[in-house]
Write a protein that binds this ligand. Structure first.
Ligand code: COA
Ligand code: AMP
Ligand code: ZN
Length: 437
């Protein structure tokens, strides 16, 4: 067997702290200058009475205004681009047709950088060209699909782009193709195990599985250990988001003690979500990210709304790139269900298009048989015992919701006054999923 090197990109992975900071400053200045090609950032800088040459140190980053998801929505679809559209080769977009979704553009160089960074992450957890890599993420607009795909090909693995769904087929691929590594969100990993039991496949006896890449939704350490135990693998947490390109932003190394965020690609800040001031070192706050290598749509101080903290101390792997603790939740009301990001407002907007429905509704997230699901209880303006009418309306609402949020909720129509009346700000979402207990 070939003798593979330990690091994918030792020059970047083994930078010292002073080297990282020097590189970040150089790249930050370049990024800010490049941002002036974007009408959005030009206006932002003018409003803040700021010029690119004012950014002289890494501390000066704090003079730059934050960028938000709302900015992406306001400039939909291409208003934030920093290159002409003809230089872009791909876009990824969030779910939703009611408010403006968000769009992220990529040049070929962006995609190459992303694939390289993704390959670096995979190599870090021990994946090599001898591995067979199967991806259970949705392809198309979900960045977990193509993002992982190009990274795995860059590593040189045989790839199985199975995509989301059809667990029996996933398991057949795993056994027939000798899959050694799978990318699956944690809740789907437990679903896969459940189906393996149904079809009589013992992962230790009947498969070559050894590595699982998990991420995309909050999960506990206990849930990770349970998945590892069930499938007989090591499961590595990873963080990514479409606005930063997708998976590869931060990844655990073989020590599984927090996710190294690649500081040659991103500058990370942790701020208090209320005051937006930096929190003391090591405390939990909202993560804010600045991209350092992006051409098509650079992001300056992007508010992720993800809550985490920076872990202190050196990592035995030798990399000094900062380590993020597992995500502690969100500072907004975004729900992640089956790896899909959903805002309750999207559901409300669909419901309100049906004149038969009142404005009282409740979204419940729950787990049955290791499957996550959503139920939407909604009150009718007028109750009827016309079974066909109720069934037809339920179907129409379900289909419209599926178009909007890409998952299929169970819709339940209720007589007026059934849902608990609430004083003050209504609680619209109840999260009873097992792994969030
Ligand atoms: N990844 C892979 N498969 C998933 C999944 C996920 N996150 N969530 C559910 N599935 C599987 C289900 O287990 C089911 O297959 P099975 O019955 O053979 O086990 C099948 O997909 C359909 O799921 P269901 O819950 O019935 O349908 P839905 O309409 O509510 O959801 C999905 C449809 C799964 C296609 C949609 O939720 C999706 O595309 N999820 C993937 C999102 C993703 O890849 N995100 C990026 C992560 S980096
Ligand atoms: P998307 O843009 O669809 O890739 O979704 C990005 C969001 O998924 C992030 O902002 C997080 O809220 C969530 N996410 C991604 N990775 C993780 C992870 N490892 N743990 C918890 N949440 C995650
Ligand atoms: Zn490490």
């Amino acid at each position: 067997m070939a003798n593979y090197p330990e690091y994918f990109n030792p020059d970047m992975e083994l930078l010292t702290r002073p080297e990282i900071e020097a590189l970040q400053l150089q790249k930050l200045k370049k990024t800010v200058e490049h941002c002036m090609n974007s009408a959005f950032y030009r206006q932002r800088f003018a409003e803040a009475h700021l010029k690119p040459e004012d950014i002289k140190s890494l501390d000066d980053l704090r003079r730059i205004p934050f960028t938000t998801k709302q900015d992406l929505r306001n400039t939909y679809p291409f208003g934030m681009a920093a290159v002409p559209l003809e230089q872009c080769v791909r876009l990824h977009s969030s779910s939703g047709t009611t408010g403006n979704p968000t769009v992220i553009l990529h040049t070929q160089k962006d995609l190459d950088m992303w694939a390289n960074c993704m390959a670096r992450c995979m190599w870090m957890v021990g994946l090599r060209p001898t591995d067979v890599f199967q991806n259970s993420s949705g392809y198309g607009m979900f960045t977990g699909g193509l993002g992982m795909q190009y990274g795995a090909e860059k590593v040189g693995m045989l790839t199985v782009p199975a995509a989301a769904g059809n667990s029996r087929r996933q398991i057949k691929f795993i056994t027939d193709f000798g899959t050694t590594a799978v990318h699956a969100i944690p809740s789907y990993a437990t679903r896969l195990y459940e189906v393996m039991q149904e079809v009589g496949v013992d992962p230790r006896r009947d498969t070559k599985l050894k590595t699982l890449l998990i991420g995309a939704e909050p999960h506990t350490e206990e849930q990770r250990r349970r998945i590892e135990e069930m499938l007989g693998v090591k499961a590595y947490n990873s963080f990514g988001m479409s606005e930063m390109c997708g998976p590869s932003v931060a990844f655990e190394c073989q020590y599984q003690n927090g996710m190294h965020i690649w500081e040659d690609y991103y500058i990370v800040e942790i701020v208090d979500p209320e005051t937006l001031e930096p929190v003391p070192e090591g405390e939990v706050g909202e993560m804010v990210l600045t991209t350092l290598n992006r051409e098509a749509m650079p992001m300056l101080r992007y508010r992720t709304h993800d809550l985490t903290r920076i872990l202190s101390g050196p990592c035995p792997c030798g990399r000094v790139h900062k380590r993020l603790d597992r995500m502690k939740g969100r500072s907004d009301d975004m729900i992640i269900l089956k790896g899909v990001n959903i805002f309750p407002m999207q559901i409300e907007q669909v419901l309100m298009q049906f004149k038969e429905l009142s404005s009282q509704y409740l979204i419940t997230l729950y787990t049955t048989d290791d499957n996550d699901d959503m139920r939407v209880d909604v009150e009718l303006n007028e109750m009827t015992d016309d079974y066909n009418f109720l069934q037809n309306l339920t179907r129409q609402i379900t289909l419209r919701l599926k178009d909007e949020i890409l998952c299929t909720p169970k819709v339940k129509l209720l007589p007026k006054g059934t849902l608990p009346q609430q004083e003050g700000k209504a609680v619209r979402v109840k999260d009873e999923r097992k792994h969030f207990a």
